[in-house]
Design a protein around this ligand. Structure first.
Ligand code: MN3
Ligand code: MN3
Length: 350
């Protein structure tokens, strides 16, 4: 078939589609208020926006060279693991959810978040390139591909992202659950070590990057959690709610078991595995809270150095208790800190 014929055939097909299945293509209208929070998250994202090249991890080089080799090894691995999760979230998770969310302003917020995931993923490479040789960097990425626990979590989360069925709220809800678990729980076995080191004045420049990432992940988990709650409350039947609740808990249990094994592999040699496990419980409960679910795990004492790193340097971790100053403006009315108390926001939503 010639180019002319091919083109004629295509034109005919498009015109037939216009005639047979007419549809309206809509432009995003930010002046139409859909909910009380999407614009706030957009602005919050913009305010927090950063790029890896603003930071100078080469300042850590001297400290790096004096670190215990076992800690160096663990540090490389946790950053490799974090790179995998951010790659997944940026290239698959956020785009898949954005594609299936209907509201255009929400798609925009999710796309922005997806872009930040790619900045996160790149920032680990920025740290690697200042600390490691090319051969060492290749070894880290090879390790990521071969580590069964990392592959397990990537596969589990990907399953939900890749199986969203158009028009099926249950599958979209579960993809959002997987996303919140990734954002608010799965990252934290990796974040523990950089927080622990930076809290002791080590690897501080790289720690600043990690803190920026933690701030972003915090609002991502809350935002996708709110979208998930909206589906749960408005679009699922009682039967479907029961099914997704069961699946949510089962997925959390499976991921927790896997995180424990991952944690033992990375942290046992440096004696931090038990403390990381306590941290996992704490963050798993936060992830469930973002979905408006009950805490599932009994929390034990978190290493104070790590907890301090979370609360002072990345103050948004506990999003709902953050007061005032960062959230100033909504399009149609002023927001107050009371808007960011969880039950209030929910009432407005539904
Ligand atoms: Mn990220
Ligand atoms: Mn994220």
């Amino acid at each position: 078939m010639s180019n002319v014929e091919l083109r004629a055939k295509l034109s005919k097909r498009i015109n037939e589609r216009i005639k047979n299945t007419p549809r309206i293509h809509r432009a995003v209208n930010w002046n139409e208020q859909i909910d009380s929070f999407t614009l706030v998250f957009w602005e919050r994202n913009l305010k927090q926006m950063w790029v890896d090249t603003e930071f100078i991890p080469s300042k850590d080089r001297n400290v790096w060279e004096r670190l215990d080799p076992a800690i160096q090894e663990a540090y490389k691995k946790v950053l490799g693991g974090l790179t995998l999760l951010d790659t997944k979230q940026g290239n698959l998770g956020m785009p898949a959810i954005a594609e299936h969310v209907n509201v255009l302003t929400r798609k925009a917020v999710l796309s922005f978040m997806g872009m930040m995931e790619n900045i996160h993923a790149k920032s680990y490479s920025t740290i690697f390139s200042t600390l490691l040789t090319e051969v060492e960097i290749d070894e880290v990425f090879q390790w990521v591909e071969e580590n069964q626990y990392l592959q397990y979590k990537a596969e589990h989360v990907s399953y939900y992202y890749e199986n969203i069925v158009e028009g099926d709220y249950k599958s979209l809800y579960l993809a959002m659950v997987a996303s919140v678990f990734l954002e608010s729980f799965l990252f934290y076995s990796g974040f523990f070590l950089p927080l622990w080191l930076a809290g002791q004045g080590k690897m501080v420049a790289s720690g600043e990057i990690i803190n920026k990432i933690i701030q972003d992940e915090s609002i991502h988990g809350v935002y996708v959690g709110l979208l998930a709650q909206e589906i749960y409350n408005n679009f699922l039947t009682d039967q479907e709610r029961e099914e997704v609740d069961y699946e949510t808990n089962a997925l959390m249990d499976e991921l927790m078991e896997n995180e424990f094994k991952y944690t033992e592999e990375i942290y046992a040699t440096i004696g931090l595995d038990h403390e990381v496990k306590n941290f996992l419980y704490y963050n798993a409960n936060k992830a469930l809270m973002n979905l408006n679910k009950e805490a599932r795990y009994e929390e034990k004492k978190i290493n104070p150095i790590v907890l301090n790193g979370l609360s002072t340097e990345s103050g948004t971790h506990d999003f709902f208790s953050t007061k005032g100053k960062s959230y100033q403006k909504a399009k149609h009315r002023s927001l107050t800190s009371a808007d960011f108390i969880f039950p209030r926001l929910q009432e407005e939503l539904f």
